[in-house]
Design a protein around this ligand. Structure first.
Ligand SMILES: Nc1ncnc2c1ncn2[C@@H]1O[C@H](COP(=O)(O)OP(=O)(O)OP(=O)(O)O)[C@@H](O)[C@H]1O
Length: 258
């Protein structure tokens, strides 16, 4: 089976600091994998290498079997089938929830230049299909009640949810979520857990999850990779990771939210 994501020997150097050091990781199609590690371990930097936000110093990334060429722009990498969320919410706060999702859909509903400029009938048909698609997604994730609200006015947990649905709207092979539960209350975290599971099982999209909330990770992940000081410390099932002495020493025993 083609892997949703295959990253081999990724290294990222900032000046004198090697933030990610020869890390290889893969996510199979429809698999849910977590990447954990103490603060500063290199998790977000690794995500940035995967998604073209800050290209790796060395190493290769393939998405759905296609290699990401060096210096490919982040939006081109996204078009190859990887989408992500950031630690800090990056919605268009003045726009409505619906408009935020519509923006993410535009790549899938491309219109010819003349069709758009001349406002030919197919332009309006495409617009209507996009809106229907966006509303279907919002309904599916129980966001239809807030779809006309400015995204920036919504509670934090709801904004996070909108951001994930927006990432889903690009029709990716894999979604990378960077600490989606950070700052959420227990009720919001429970809702988020269901949402992530739904992306994997009902939408058939692979998920790579960075998260400090260990109960969420242990509940959701099929496999876990552990980073420490930029290096891959361990890889295994949740049970193997929980019982790995190196991991307990470096992370779970180090005051993490276990
Ligand atoms: N743009 C940058 N320039 C220089 N150093 C950086 C840059 N980005 C990250 N770093 C450094 O790289 C290391 C890894 O940081 P990174 O944010 O990837 O860790 P993390 O595992 O995601 O941490 P956290 O769990 O706190 O988000 C840190 O020492 C950080 O200071």
């Amino acid at each position: 089976m083609t892997k949703a994501l295959n990253a081999e020997h990724i290294t990222k150097v900032f000046g004198g600091l090697t933030a990610v050091d020869d890390v290889s990781l893969h996510v199979d199609a429809k698999e849910l994998v977590a990447l954990i590690g103490p603060n500063g371990a290199g998790k977000t930097t690794f995500f940035n290498c995967l998604t073209g936000v800050a290209p790796a110093t060395s190493g290769t990334v393939t998405i759905g079997g296609y290699e990401v060429k060096k210096n490919t722009k982040a939006y081109k990498v996204a078009q190859m089938g990887i989408s992500r969320t950031f630690q800090n919410i990056r919605l268009f706060s003045e726009l409505s929830v619906l408009e935020n999702v519509l923006i993410a859909l535009t790549n899938q509903y491309k219109e010819g230049f003349f069709t758009a400029v001349l406002r030919l009938p197919s332009f309006y048909k495409t617009e209507a299909s996009m809106e229907e698609h966006a509303k279907r997604l919002l309904k599916d994730f129980e966001l239809e009640d807030v779809m006309y609200f400015p995204a920036g006015n919504l509670p934090y947990g709801v904004q996070r949810k909108v951001e994930i649905v927006r990432a889903l709207a690009t029709n990716p092979k894999i979604i990378c979520l960077d600490e989606p539960a950070a700052g959420m209350n227990p009720e919001e975290t429970a809702d988020l857990t269901k949402l992530i599971k739904k992306i994997q099982t009902e939408y058939g999209i692979a998920v790579l999850l960075i998260e400090h909330d260990m109960s969420l990770v242990m509940k959701l992940a099929e496999r876990i990779y552990v980073l420490a000081e930029g290096k891959l410390l361990a890889e295994g099932t949740p049970q193997e990771i929980q019982n790995n002495p190196d991991v307990i020493n470096a992370y779970l025993g180090g005051g993490a939210n276990a």
